[in-house]
Design a protein around this ligand. Structure first.
Ligand code: IPE
Ligand code: IPE
Ligand code: MG
Length: 250
């Protein structure tokens, strides 16, 4: 039986996923790593649909990091082709279901065809950023680096200080959050990492200050909706203290 929103005691508003393990999935089967990426893209479709079914409002997926350019050209170009295919083929279908897409990352260095899709995506962004009429806001971190994002935010804020629009003493958490790629989106409540690595790999460094982390050794192409729901169940039992104490301690 599929659980709906009302059946979870505490549902995360924002789920972030490090979709890792595509390469290993393929290597274990004697297949080229690119096959793992292909399978991984299909898995993503399934998880987006599950988010829609359950009523997750924000989903952020790590699809390609700035560090991933270090990989062999054949692997990188397959990922670029798959991304383009996914953006072109799947965006419209998901948009009809109420998904709003956003890009997190740097446009610089991306192939022109992908850039065009992303620029188009940005041009549809609502200036008030409340997304009330959207069922799901999906952020795709593509050519993303958490440190670069912070550098960009520092540059934006420095410009405002130099212009006299912001005084140095006015710089606060809110201003920094609003200067990030994720402006207008709440911090992730839950970060899922597949593939078993116990690290953050330069993902959402600022935003994940108090995010609950859930790691599975399951590789991304094998990550089912069932396992996703298990992560949500586990999250609902987490005790989020944000540095404070629970009421029963007072
Ligand atoms: C994640 O899978 C996808 C990308 C980084 C693009 P990997 O390709 O990193 O898979 P593993 O970690 O090598 O198995
Ligand atoms: C993180 O996975 C990036 C993505 C899933 C897109 P990596 O495979 O690049 O991370 P490391 O190298 O194991 O830290
Ligand atoms: Mg990896």
């Amino acid at each position: 039986m599929t659980k709906d929103k009302s059946q979870y005691t505490k549902l995360p508003v924002h789920v972030a996923i490090i979709m890792d393990g595509n390469g290993r999935w393929a290597e274990r089967r004697g297949l080229p790593r690119t096959e793992g990426h292909r399978k991984g893209a299909n898995r993503l479709k399934e998880i987006v649909n599950t988010c829609l079914d359950i009523g997750i409002k924000y989903l952020t997926v790590y699809a390609f990091s700035k560090e991933n350019w270090k990989r062999p050209i054949t692997e990188v170009s397959t990922i670029m082709k798959l991304a383009e295919y996914f953006f072109k083929r799947e965006f419209d279908k998901f948009k009809k279901k109420g998904v709003f897409f956003r890009h997190l990352g740097d446009l610089e260095g991306l192939p022109p065809s992908i850039r065009r899709i992303i620029v188009d995506m940005k041009s549809n962004d609502t200036p008030d950023r409340n997304y009330e009429d959207k069922r799901l806001v999906m952020n795709i971190a593509f050519n993303y680096s958490g440190r670069s994002e912070i550098i960009e935010a520092v540059k934006k804020i420095s410009g405002k200080v130099l212009n006299g629009d912001v005084k140095p003493e006015e710089i606060n958490e809110e201003l920094i959050s609003e200067s990030m790629y994720t402006a207008g989106i709440p911090d992730p409540d839950l970060l899922i990492r597949t593939g078993g690595e116990l690290r953050i790999s330069n993902f959402l460094l600022w935003q994940s200050a108090y995010t609950e982390i859930w790691v599975t050794r399951t590789l991304w192409p094998d990550f089912t909706s069932k396992l996703f729901k298990k992560a949500l169940e586990d999250y609902s039992k987490r005790d989020r203290r944000f540095g404070g104490l629970n009421i029963y301690h007072s």
